[in-house]
Design a protein around this ligand. Structure first.
Ligand SMILES: *Cc1c(COP(=O)(O)O)cnc(C)c1O
Length: 398
């Protein structure tokens, strides 16, 4: 049984804050400052350029990729970390359409995180080959998978409502119709159990700054099924993906049969040191325990809010097994209410048009936190604190 009191003690949370935003930016692990300092003083400062060999910087895309892969059921040698998630989406979809060259439809849904759709738009424009992007309602995705579809690109957990797609059903239907599947696991990794290999997913991508807690701008990852490693075409053909990077050939040859071919260029080794510190916490965690605890805490929060917070309504699916690990609520004045909550030590976030999101992260959130958070919301509503003028102003980042 995972000891969640122990994992909670592995984070450095500010006094007086209940942090319900680990779904958007995970908090700092206590080991992070030492890990960063060790990188600075014992690696960069001391080793200088030798660090690429002596500290194995060059292969951390893969060694850390394997550790990230463990959280999504990916076998060793199928996941690399680097770059940003937007870039990984582009990479995966570009590789996917190249596998099905006679089809011109990319299917997603209108609940997807916009950057995923934007990246596909950019890719289609660049290709200039008659591609189209279809975005039905999330409920209609399964029916929309036809023999016209080249790539199904879906984010498993909806960033607004927490609605969770049925990964197995979508992969099975897509494969039956001859389409390739790209999963965006931004809100899944570290949130819900995922088994990319067992579900026979073709490509998966995601980031490590949300539930994995590796810090703002932490590296993204890409997973490619073993069976595709020899055929997948890297559209972003950088020297890190070359068969022999240090041969400095004038022409690109992808690394044969290895996930290395999805590498692009020099990653941030400083950021990798924080990822390492974050992954050490996960060594203590069983994903099934985490899921059970996340459901228990989510159900508690929904029940308490509905009982005590008038005007606030639950905005996600009722069945906890069809949700991810955040809960969403609607309120006519969600933005100022969230600002008032934050000013009173309960940090969640707001998403257009009227959604308040709360990340339920058992690594550092417990039953007591949920009760206290709802107490605060109830008080802010009863005393109409959210009406104060300072809570009406919109910041650049909402
Ligand atoms: C958070 C998130 C992103 C963010 O992409 P970045 O390139 O890291 O800014 C993209 N897609 C989804 C589905 C996300 O949830």
């Amino acid at each position: 049984m995972t000891d969640f009191a122990k994992t909670r003690a592995m984070f450095d949370l500010p006094e007086g804050v209940i942090y319900l935003n680990g779904n958007s930016l995970g908090p700092m692990p206590k080991a992070a400052p030492d890990a960063m300092n060790e990188f600075l003083m014992d690696e960069w400062r001391t080793e200088l350029i030798r660090g690429w060999n002596t500290k194995d910087w060059f292969m951390q895309t893969n060694t850390l990729g394997d550790r990230v892969g463990k959280l999504i059921g990916a076998p060793a040698g199928t996941t690399v970390v680097s770059d940003t998630l937007s870039i990984k989406v582009f990479q995966a979809v570009a590789a996917g359409i190249a596998l099905v060259p006679d089809r011109k439809v990319i299917l997603s849904d209108n609940g997807n995180f916009p950057t995923d759709l934007y990246m596909v738009e950019g890719l289609m424009k660049l290709k200039d080959a008659g591609y189209s992007l279809q975005i039905p309602d999330p409920e209609d995705v399964l029916d929309a998978i036809t023999e016209e579809v080249a790539v199904v690109m879906i984010t498993e957990v909806d960033y607004r409502t927490s609605r969770k797609h049925d990964m197995k059903a979508i992969v099975e239907k897509a494969h039956a119709k001859g389409a390739v599947v790209v999963w965006d696991l931004a809100h899944s990794i570290g949130a819900v159990p995922v088994d990319v290999a067992g579900t026979d997913v073709d490509f998966a991508v995601g980031c490590t700054y949300k539930y994995v807690n590796a810090g703002p701008g932490a590296p993204a990852f890409i997973y490619v099924a073993k069976r595709l490693l020899d055929v997948v075409e890297p559209a972003l053909s950088g020297w890190y993906g070359h068969e022999a990077p240090f041969a400095f050939d004038t022409s690109f040859r992808p690394m044969p049969g290895k996930i290395d071919r999805m590498r692009i260029g020099t990653p941030s080794i400083a950021a990798f040191s924080l990822l390492k510190a974050a992954l050490d916490v996960w060594d203590e965690v069983d994903m099934d325990d985490l899921r059970a605890k996340s459901i228990e805490l989510s159900e508690l929060m929904i029940a308490e809010v509905e009982k005590r917070c008038e005007g606030v309504s639950f905005a996600g699916p009722r069945d906890p097994h069809t949700r991810g690990s955040h809960v969403a609520f609607r309120f006519e004045h969600s933005y100022p209410l969230m600002q008032a909550l934050i000013a009173n030590g309960v940090i969640g976030d707001y998403r257009e048009p009227d959604i308040m999101r709360f990340g339920i992260t058992p690594l550092f959130i417990n039953v007591d936190d949920i009760h206290k958070a709802v107490d605060t919301m109830e008080r802010i509503l009863t005393d109409e604190v959210w009406k104060q003028p300072e809570f009406q102003h919109r910041s650049r980042v909402t």
